[in-house]
Design a protein around this ligand. Structure first.
Ligand code: BGC
Length: 831
């Protein structure tokens, strides 16, 4: 199959010539060496052809770099759900440029982002990391982010290609779905991004699709992605996702990550020599890797895609993180104008997340910022008089002990390889060890330090991790045994490790020695992953749950306004695990009920990346979603609560009232198979047919002003070119008036409804959107366009897209349910 269909544009000719020349100088082993990680994050250099070391880095909410520790801090932007909630492609592009700037600062050439799987179900553990339940919104935000990163001369890898929409058994799950569903929903964002933004990379997912592993899926990788869509970038495996030399090479997988132990390397050389993989196939893979290197400026003699003098202007990362957060917050409910608050209001701030803001989701998307502005910091900095009460602590696991500890790294003979200081009781060395110690030599790591208890009573200590541990407190051995990994996901060792907790009576002020020794598991998946991750946890004596709630109720009663911050924890919302249910963890629902009884001016702020159930939503004054708001969380929250800025977000996903009403809840495969039986009916496409009402519809969100929809005009473009499915098929103008008393921003959404004659089609789908601003009283025109693809469906028998003629309703509105205006549009069969 010809996998290089796209003609090389004139501007790229020099680069292609340099790539060709470099390739022609390489022996088979040298070509193969380009196709696998040299370590956790990089591809090897080759001085003979002037090729530099190519570094990749996670991920969508910031660029972590080669360290997985706070030692190498990054700007932490809000979670991808938040970015999608802005419905603003220009903002997404600016975020992309910031990611490129961060990547350059950290010496990375590829950002492993964006995550463009769909919100098929709110139980998906990486929901926070994906954009939306809608493929158009996902594709548009994703394409803008990719374009922004590439504006900065840095590559992206939209991920995870494809149908990686939940985490249960993610390494092996076989997702079964029909072609139409695959095309119209799950491939759709990837197609839009590839065709519109031309990403220089893409990441193949762990799972299988209809029986074929995605790192080996020639039909989708070589056929659809390359031959049909014209993708000319590299396809990199998800970490440890490449499992078979021949099938991966023939399946179009260019890069196996991480290294140095992979199914490529000498295995691939042998496979070529034995005739199991044709050498021209290896040439194709190597050519694409060289092209990537050339694009990012790592191949001598090849012009980089973005010359140094054309890089975008510097971006203030903290300011942009704050702007995105403010623009993403979704105001779901605001009774009697409860928000914005008066600056003079006396506020009782309640909740664990008010002082330990959950700024990002767990897993590979995690980055470590230099600072975190908590809600308490933000409100105080804004001059608000605040009292604070914890109310409820939803964390099940103990936090790392909050004292600096010395870490000792030893080999099998007990020889000390390195010592280092860790800021608290958590160790997370991934891909790299302190002192550049070689992973193969490391046999044990021990943390030691001194804790001076603040309070007398029962302190709890925890050991969390995988392997052999010895925990000692005050001269007593509390644990000396092995903790085993559940399942076969190596990442689970740091995403969801087992924990054991022990109680010790301690006296305030009397210093005690604490230590946790760890012997690494031998030859396990964990060791192969280059990972050392464990925690010495600690919790000081605390009040009972009931006492904590009582304190919060008292604080609420004494204040004019109660602001309760509730949310999920890393334990329930993270890569590597799906959510067991949609309830807020711990006693948080009780807390809100009780506070709302005590103070009618209760504002609930929800700090979660994905939908949670809010059984109290009808009895509180206001509900504001902040997603995972990034490092400037508290400043953004103060700005929005006090009305310095409007909450600009709209839901990128429908929020259910009851878990049981949710169209798709099942994420557990049966005999390894996860059927997408619901077909096209996910998210609002399903809700609009169901008996139940969701709590809040896709697209919903209030601002601080009111809008009237005054006019809608649709103009069909006569001959949209068949070649470009994203070309304009219709132009839409919506006149909206700001009828409130302050300036505001409106997100105008265009839905396309068909006549209902074809039950296989969802009643309506999002076909366009735009945001506009207007001063109080002003009327503005919101102009947007509907792409040809919005009128097409996938024809399985003909294996192609088909225009669906008919009379469509073009509807303009504020959510999938709140549609204010509609005009009929006749689409004849043509072109
Ligand atoms: C995740 C990817 C990530 C990679 C590297 C994998 O477990 O699925 O999204 O980029 O690890 O951290």
């Amino acid at each position: 199959m010809n996998t290089e269909p796209r003609p090389v544009a004139a501007a790229d000719r020099d680069r292609e010539a340099a790539v060709h020349k470099a390739l022609s100088q390489l022996s088979l082993p040298a070509k193969v060496a380009l196709l696998a990680g040299a370590d956790m994050w990089s591809l090897p250099a080759n001085e003979d052809i002037g090729l530099g070391r190519l570094v990749m880095s996670d991920g969508p909410a910031g660029v972590r770099g080669e360290q997985w520790t706070p030692d190498d801090p990054s700007i932490a932007i809000p979670s991808p759900t938040a970015l999608a909630a802005t419905w603003d492609v220009d903002l997404a592009r600016r975020v992309g440029r910031l990611l490129a700037q961060e990547a350059r600062r950290k010496g990375a050439h590829v950002v492993l982002a964006p995550t463009v799987n769909l919100h098929r179900t709110p139980r998906g553990g990486r929901h926070f990391e994906c954009y939306s339940e809608d493929p158009l919104l996902t594709g548009d935000i994703g394409a803008a982010l990719v374009a922004g990163v590439q504006d900065g001369g840095v590559a992206t890898t939209p991920k995870h290609f494809v149908a990686n929409d939940s985490e249960t058994d993610r390494f092996t799950v076989d997702v079964r779905l029909d072609d139409r569903t695959l095309r119209e929903l799950y491939l759709a964002p990837f197609e839009a991004i590839v065709r519109k933004a031309g990403p220089w990379g893409l990441m193949a997912s762990y799972n299988q699709v209809n029986g074929a592993g995605m790192t080996e899926n020639s039909t989708l990788n070589n056929g659809v992605l390359r031959a049909e869509w014209g993708f000319d970038g590299v396809l990199v495996s998800d970490w440890t996702g490449a499992r078979d030399t021949v099938r991966c090479a023939l399946g179009g997988l260019d890069i196996a990550m991480p290294g140095p132990v992979t199914v490529y390397g000498e295995h691939l050389v042998t496979a070529v020599r034995e005739g199991r993989v044709p050498e021209p196939t290896v040439d194709d893979l190597a050519r694409r890797v060289l092209r990537l290197a050339a694009r990012v400026g790592l191949l001598e003699g090849a012009p980089a895609a973005v010359p140094a003098d054309r890089l975008p202007a510097a971006i203030d990362g903290e300011a942009l993180a704050r702007e995105v957060a403010e623009r993403s917050f979704v105001l779901l409910r605001n009774e009697g104008g409860a928000l914005p608050l008066a600056r003079s209001a006396r506020v009782a701030l309640i909740g664990a997340a008010a002082v330990q803001a959950r700024i990002g989701g767990g897993g590979s998307a995690q980055v470590f910022p230099t600072r975190v502005i908590t809600p308490l910091d933000g409100l105080r900095a804004a001059g608000v008089e605040v009292t604070y009460a914890l109310g409820a602590d939803p964390l099940v696991h103990l936090a790392p002990v909050a004292v600096p500890l010395t870490a000792l790294l030893q080999d099998a003979a007990g020889e000390v390889l390195a010592t280092t200081v860790v800021p608290d009781g958590s160790v997370r060395w991934i891909g790299q060890l302190p002192g550049r110690v070689d992973f193969s030599e490391l046999a044990a790591a021990t943390l030691t330090g001194t804790l001076v208890p603040q309070g007398s009573g029962v302190h709890r200590f925890a050991v969390r991790g995988v392997g052999r541990f010895c925990l000692e407190v005050d001269g007593r051995v509390l644990f000396d045994d092995v903790l085993e990994l559940d399942g076969d996901d190596p990442a689970a060792a740091f995403l969801a490790p087992p924990e054991r907790v022990f109680a010790v009576e301690l006296a305030a002020g009397r210093a005690v020695e604490i230590s946790l020794g760890h012997t690494l598991p031998e030859a396990s998946g964990v060791a192969g992953f280059g990972l050392v991750s464990f925690t010495l946890g600690h919790a000081a004596p605390t009040r009972t749950e009931e006492q904590l709630i009582e304190e919060a109720v008292e604080a609420a009663r004494a204040a004019e306004v109660a602001v309760v911050i509730v949310g999920t924890t890393e334990e329930v919302e993270s890569e590597g695990v799906d959510r067991a249910d949609l309830a807020l963890p711990g006693r948080q629902d009780d807390l809100v009920h009780r506070v709302a009884e005590a103070n009618p001016n209760t504002v609930v702020v929800v700090n979660s990346g994905a939908p949670v159930l809010m059984p109290w939503r009808g009895s509180v004054a206001a509900v504001l979603l902040t997603w995972f708001p990034g490092q400037e969380a508290g400043h953004a929250l103060a700005d929005v609560l006090l009305g310095r800025t409007e909450p600009g977000g709209r839901l990128p996903t429908t929020w259910p009232a009851e878990a049981a009403d949710t169209p798709v809840l099942r994420v557990e495969p049966h005999d390894g198979v996860l059927p997408y039986d619901e077909g096209l009916f996910v998210g609002y496409r399903a809700w609009q047919r169901g008996a139940a009402e969701p709590a809040y519809w896709f697209g919903h969100g209030l601002g601080y002003t009111e809008w009237a929809y005054e006019g809608l005009e649709v103009r069909r473009v006569e001959d949209p070119t068949d070649e470009d499915p994203y070309g304009t098929a219709a132009e839409v103008t919506v006149w909206v008036r700001n009828t409130g008393e302050r300036p505001g921003r409106e997100t105008v959404q265009i839905y396309l409804a068909h006549d209902g004659a074809d039950p296989s089609r969802p009643d309506r789908h999002l076909a366009g959107f735009t945001t506009v601003e207007a001063a109080a009283g002003d009327r503005v025109a919101a102009r947007t366009r509907i792409p040809l693809r919005a009128f097409q469906t996938w024809d399985t028998a003909a294996e192609g897209w088909r225009l669906r003629p008919g009379v469509y309703g073009v509807e303009a509105g504020r959510s999938a349910a709140d549609r204010r205006l509609s005009v009929a549009l006749d689409v004849p069969l043509h072109g």
